[in-house]
Design a protein around this ligand. Structure first.
Ligand SMILES: [Zn+2]
Length: 465
């Protein structure tokens, strides 16, 4: 039985979806004002694990990830560049998918963009105005927090007596509000050049929080199963989403909330001013592979802080290469017919332990430990020639099934690690030495199909991607 921590109750709970066999899952996606940083991808990979493990458990998953493509930084940056917000964000949306795919994340079923859902946001705001949860002031529209007594139930922040202090953190809007805590649902443009939509509630643009309420309920219904995001979104973003959605519908908005912990760099908060800010692309440029980065991000469970340390990241690269070597050795092992019962038991136990670890609050570090134990035991058996044909098939099947969740062996990705390429090149050289040109051509073709070009030079074989 799958259990995970529900931020709403503060407890680890058994997961039971509303409709048997299917899960409706919303993940707060990126704001495409620049390339995604590695902390964003910690969350994206954690959400990918939620999605993949739900599928592993047999659920049909409808996963929605929004793209925030209008907000203050996007407006400022696009104006600086002299571009429309669509032209400005196009580059970062393309980059998002490149990075997302490279890191082995499955694409969600539905990826709504904020700028394409203005009418849905307007009608939600109209409903909040009708029910007195919202008010217009000075051309903008605000949510009236005093109208929603349950405000704070997710973050457990006690707002009584803390209003003035909280207000500065919540919102630095310069507009007139009834109460400092109130937040903007709809913003009047500050000047004529700002992008704005002409709508029934006036000319303006949506606040960030209303986007997620409108888009999640459009695609998943007024009440849905799981809402996830980085832990920094608990307050105010998710608290505000609850106030907006439950204020408008009178129904529970989300049944389970999952929040992913922060990523730190060498023990410090990542920030541009500290010079320790890395996009995924920066790490790629430093020579780390997507597979190594994904492994590193999975090595710490989602509910613990992860510390980016370059020695650890280099270690992750080696670990992934070692696991892939193990699978290749198993795959190529010459086996005799039959089944070794002891090894069969090892496979069954590994399958059980993997599922038990993941069931226990999606503990990816336990799941990885199971894979490492398995590889140690099977490597020993391979060395002693104790792996029989049925064991081999069973073990390869098990690795494949585990990898539908972890996606570290790269069955689904086309990316090859440098060490894998090198070992195929060595094998090709060996084949050529024994004049097995059929095999050497086969290897060259396989590498070519994965985008690796070989060049025979007088100093040996060189390769490039
Ligand atoms: Zn959101």
């Amino acid at each position: 039985m799958l259990r995970f921590r529900n931020t709403l109750s503060g407890k680890v709970e058994e997961f039971h979806p509303m409709n048997e066999g299917e899960v409706r899952f919303y993940y707060c996606g990126p704001t495409v004002w620049e390339y995604g940083h590695i902390g964003n991808f910690r969350s994206a990979v954690a959400a990918d694990i939620v999605r993949r493990y739900l599928k592993f458990k047999g659920y049909k998953v409808t996963h929605v990830m929004n793209i925030t493509d209008v907000e203050d930084r996007i407006i400022a940056k696009s104006q600086e560049a002299g571009l429309s917000i669509d032209d400005y964000t196009a580059k970062y949306i393309d980059a998002l998918w490149e990075d997302f795919d490279a890191l082995g994340c499955e694409r969600p079923e539905i990826v709504p963009r904020a700028t394409r859902h203005i009418p849905e946001m307007v009608s939600l705001i109209e409903k909040l105005l009708e029910t007195n949860h919202a008010y217009a002031s000075d051309g903008s529209i605000y949510y009236r927090i005093a109208s929603f007594p349950e405000y704070g139930k997710l973050s457990k922040i006690n707002f009584a007596g803390n209003i003035a202090g909280a207000s500065e953190r919540i919102d630095t809007d310069k507009y007139e509000k009834e109460d400092a805590r109130d937040f903007a649902l709809w913003k009047e443009p500050a000047n004529e050049n700002e992008p704005a939509w002409d709508t029934a509630i006036g000319r303006g643009r949506p606040g960030w929080h209303i986007e997620c309420s409108a888009m999640s309920m459009k695609y998943l219904g007024e009440t849905f199963d799981i809402h996830a995001g980085g832990i920094d979104l608990v307050f105010p973003h998710h608290e505000n989403e609850i106030a907006q959605s439950e204020g408008a519908t009178g129904k529970q908005f989300v049944r389970y909330w999952i929040h992913f912990e922060h990523l730190k760099v060498e023990g410090e908060t990542m920030s541009k001013s500290k010079g320790n800010y890395y996009t995924y692309r920066d790490l790629k440029a430093k020579g780390y592979s997507a597979a190594g980065i994904r492994y590193f991000l999975l090595s710490v469970p989602y509910n613990k802080q992860i510390n980016l340390n370059f020695d650890v990241l280099a270690g992750a690269e080696k670990t992934v290469a070692g696991l892939r070597d193990f699978r290749a050795r198993l795959n190529e092992a010459k086996t005799e017919p039959g089944m070794n019962e002891a090894l069969h038991d090892i496979a069954l136990r590994a399958a059980e332990e993997f599922e038990a670890g993941m069931d226990d609050d999606l503990n990816t570090s336990v799941a990885l430990a199971v894979v490492h134990n398995l590889s140690r035991e099977v490597n020993t058996a391979l060395a002693r020639k104790k792996v029989k044909e049925e064991n081999k098939q069973e073990l390869l099947e098990l690795l494949k099934r585990i990898d539908t969740v972890l996606n570290i062996f790269g069955a689904e990705s086309n990316e090859m690690l440098d060490s894998e390429i090198q070992s195929l090149i060595d094998e090709r050289q060996e084949a050529r030495r024994r004049r097995d040109f059929h095999r050497s051509d086969e290897i060259r073709d396989e590498l070519a199909s994965r985008g690796i070009i070989l060049e025979d030079t007088k100093d040996g074989v060189r390769w490039r991607r």
